[in-house]
Design a protein around this ligand. Sequence first.
Ligand code: ADP
Ligand code: MG
Length: 372
Amino acid sequence: MFYSISMYLQSLSLLNFKNIAEAEMIFSPRINCFVGNNGVGKTNLLDAIHYLCLCKSYFNPIDTQNIRHDQEFAMIQGVFSMKDREDEIMCSIHHNRNKVFKRNKKEYERLAQHIGLYPVVMISPEDSALIMEGSEERRKFLNSVISQYDKGYLEDMIQYNKLLAQRNKVLKDFGSTRRFDEEMLAVYDEQMVPAAARIYNQRIDFTNRMIPIFQHYYHRIAPDKEMVDLHYQSQLLDHDFGLLLKDSRDKDLAMQYTTQGIHKDDLILRLNGHALKKTGSQGQQKTFLVTLKLAQFDFIKEMNKAKPILLLDDVFDKFDESRVRQIIRLVSGDHFGQIFISHTDESKMQSILEDMATDFRLFHVTNGSISD
Ligand SMILES: Nc1ncnc2c1ncn2[C@@H]1O[C@H](COP(=O)(O)OP(=O)(O)O)[C@@H](O)[C@H]1O
Ligand SMILES: [Mg+2]
């Protein structure tokens, strides 16, 4: 299979992004490592790259909180080396204004045009929310992965959420006025059904194709043969969504929101047939998450025919050194592309990377400033 290996981030300039006042970096096409003490800005650097690729922070959904305290605006600028060209991406975030994204000096009409051009996968300690938190986290995961390779999916999600909000407003208004526009509700229902069906099909398709890749990786990292599995849970599995909406109308009116639909679906993570949250040890949960993300990497790579950028944030905090080596060896192989790693222990990182015979650059981060 042919993959374009040439998408990588050549350089990055930051201005007032979180705690980083100003920084300029030139990267290796292979492994880049940010080292430094806790709280100096390593994760923020990875997040700036995530922001540049997907128009949002991996951690903070409130855009303006990514602007350095007491500053007017933040800027992220990067040059991506592509197969046959260079793309300069410029992003600015202001208070009280929409963020602006430009490619080669031309502003996008819609941010959705940017998503998927520079695929990226982040692996972070905060991923544990995928296991510990409610279904919303897992739907966010599905949405974020699928929209990196399927533009139609993102459009469908935007459309569905808009209709859902309008439908919920009708239901809520009924709570205060005891009256509702039956025809209006029927119109929303009618438009939601096809969008929901497409979203559902994409999520099922994604999950089914992920399972074997995921299991393959799990068994490469975990020493013993534990059984791991993913299962997409949805009412749409054995119900017609149009009928579901009709049948639940009285309940919806009573609850004042839409109780059925793909906004309630879940991705069940299982270990040896049981919910991972209940049965997995910390080590097993961590391995599960890293594996899920590596499978996500493979999946996006296959769909986009390009290797995503891989961001590894502090993944090594709970793994012992031998597993760290195993994972770095895995990701430094040709199967992967450009990698960014953050780590507190410089000498350990240096020694691991020197053993790998892969091109790498080390960046020292101290209180929001960066040096080679
Ligand atoms: N908008 C912001 N303005 C200034 N500092 C910020 C902002 N957002 C986060 N920080 C600071 O960034 C630091 C954390 O950086 P981080 O990248 O998480 O460190 P680490 O090197 O441990 O990964 C914290 O001290 C936090 O207060
Ligand atoms: Mg960090």
